[in-house]
Design a protein around this ligand. Structure first.
Ligand code: GDP
Length: 356
C-alpha cells in the first residue's frame, strides 16, 4: 500500500503555511535563495530553460551555471557526476528534456523514453548526492491521462491510460516525478515537480508543420501577410479548447515555487482559463495584421477536445500569471520577426496592411 505523502520541508525554520486541499497535504515555505548561490539551469537553451535563465539574471542572481551540451551530456552518468562534484550547484532547475511533436514521438519512442529517463535519473541522483539544497523538476501536462476530467487536477496523475502517441515520453516524465518523491521519502531530499500547461513564447519552435499551434500560426499568418496571400489554412474544426501560458510567466512561477513550495505532490502551472482554437486563430491574425481570410482544414486532427489545468493549488499559494494572452502573442511575434531577421515586424508592417 502506498504510504501517505509526508512533506519534508527543506527549510524547516521558515514554514509559513500549511494547507489542506483536495485531500492532499502540502507545505508552503519561504526561503531566500542567496544571490550568489550556484544555480544550475539544466536545458538552458530550450524554451523553458532560456526563460528561466533570463528570469534569474533579471532577479540579480550572479552564479547561474549553464554548461553547454558539449561540456555536459546529461545522458552520461560520469559527466553528470563530475559536473556536480566540481561545480557544486546548490539549486537545480531541471528543464532539460528530449522533446518533439506528435510525429517525432510516434517515430522515435525509444529515444524519448531513454533520454528522458537517463536525464532525470542522473540529475536527481547527483543533486541529492552532492548536496543540492533544492531541485525543481519540470513535467508536462501530457503526463495526465488522456481522458482526465477537466480542469485537470494534480490527483489525476496515474489514474488512467495515457495518450498513446506520446506515452513513452510521458512515462519517462512520470518516472522523474516518482524519483523526486522517492528521494524525498528515502533521503529527505527537497525536490518538487511542476506541471506546466501549453507554453508559448520566445525560443519556441516555429517549424511550419511540426510546431504547436501558436508558433505555427504566427509564422503562417506572417508569411501569408508578406506574400499578400488571400487566405491562411488552419487545422481541424477550431472547436477544441486550450489553455496557454507565456513561458516568462512559467519562469516566474518556477522561481516562486523554488522559494515557496515544498511538497512531494506535483503542482500544476497554468492560468486556469481556456479559449477555443477559433478564438485563438482570430487573435493571432489580428496580432500579425493579416487582412485575408481564415480557412479550416477538417482533415487535420483536432486532438483532445479540451485541455485545461486546475490551478487552485497554485492560486492558493498566492501566484498568478501576469502576461495576458494578447500581449504575450504580440511580444512573441515581435521576437519571431527579430529572430527571423525580417524588418517586416509588427510595427513596421502596420501601415502596409492597413487599408489593404
Ligand atoms: P495539442 O494541444 O497537443 O493538441 O497541440 P497543438 O498545439 O499542436 O494543437 C492545438 C490545436 O490547434 C489542435 O486542435 C490543432 O488542430 C489546432 N491547430 C490549428 N491550426 C494549427 C496549426 O497550424 N498547427 C498546429 N500544431 N495546430 C493547429
Amino acid at each position: 500500500m502506498a504510504m501517505p505523502a509526508q512533506p519534508v520541508p527543506s527549510h524547516p525554520p521558515s514554514l509559513v503555511a500549511m494547507h489542506e486541499l483536495h485531500s492532499v497535504r502540502y507545505v508552503a515555505s519561504t526561503a531566500a535563495i542567496p544571490l550568489d548561490a550556484p544555480i544550475y539551469v539544466a536545458g538552458h537553451r530550450g524554451l523553458v530553460g532560456s526563460a528561466l535563465t533570463r528570469k534569474l539574471q533579471a532577479e540579480g542572481f550572479q552564479n547561474i551555471l549553464t554548461p553547454s551540451r558539449h561540456e555536459l551530456d546529461l545522458t552520461n552518468a560520469q559527466e553528470v557526476e563530475h559536473f556536480f562534484a566540481t561545480r557544486q550547484p546548490k539549486y537545480v532547475f531541471l528543464a532539460a528534456a528530449k522533446v518533439g511533436g506528435i510525429l517525432a514521438n510516434h517515430h522515435c519512442p525509444a529515444d524519448f523514453a531513454r533520454d528522458n529517463l537517463l536525464i532525470a535519473t542522473h540529475v536527481i541522483h547527483a543533486s541529492w548526492k552532492y548536496g543540492v539544497r533544492k531541485l525543481l523538476f519540470l513535467g508536462s501536462s501530457c503526463i495526465y491521462p488522456k481522458f482526465a476530467e477537466q480542469p485537470i487536477r494534480e490527483e489525476a496523475l496515474m489514474t488512467g491510460a495515457l495518450e498513446p502517441t506520446n506515452s513513452a515520453y510521458a512515462v519517462a516524465k512520470i518516472a522523474g516525478i516518482e524519483l523526486c518523491k522517492a528521494y524525498r521519502r528515502q533521503h529527505g531530499f527537497a525536490s518538487i515537480s511542476l506541471m506546466p500547461t501549453n507554453l508559448y513564447g520566445p525560443g519556441d519552435n516555429f517549424h511550419p508543420e511540426h510546431s504547436h499551434v501558436i508558433p505555427g500560426l504566427l509564422r503562417r499568418f506572417h508569411e501569408a501577410k508578406v506574400a499578400r496571400k488571400p487566405s491562411v489554412c488552419t487545422w481541424g474544426s477550431g472547436q477544441p479548447r486550450r489553455e496557454f501560458l507565456h513561458v516568462d510567466d512559467l519562469a516566474d512561477a518556477c522561481l516562486f515555487a523554488m522559494r515557496r513550495y515544498d511538497s512531494p505532490e506535483p503542482l500544476n502551472i497554468g492560468c486556469g482559463e481556456d479559449l477555443t482554437i477559433a478564438e485563438l486563430v482570430e487573435t493571432i491574425r489580428d496580432v500579425v495584421g493579416f487582412k485575408g481570410n481564415i480557412a479550416w482544414d477538417p482533415s487535420k486532427p483536432d486532438g483532445t477536445p479540451r485541455k485545461v489545468l486546475d490551478v487552485s493549488r497554485l492560486q492558493s499559494l498566492g501566484w498568478k500569471p501576469r502576461i495576458k494572452l494578447r500581449a504575450g502573442l504580440e511580444a512573441t511575434y515581435d521576437w519571431y520577426c527579430a529572430q527571423a531577421g525580417t524588418t517586416d515586424n509588427r510595427e513596421a508592417t502596420k501601415s502596409e496592411t492597413v487599408g489593404k
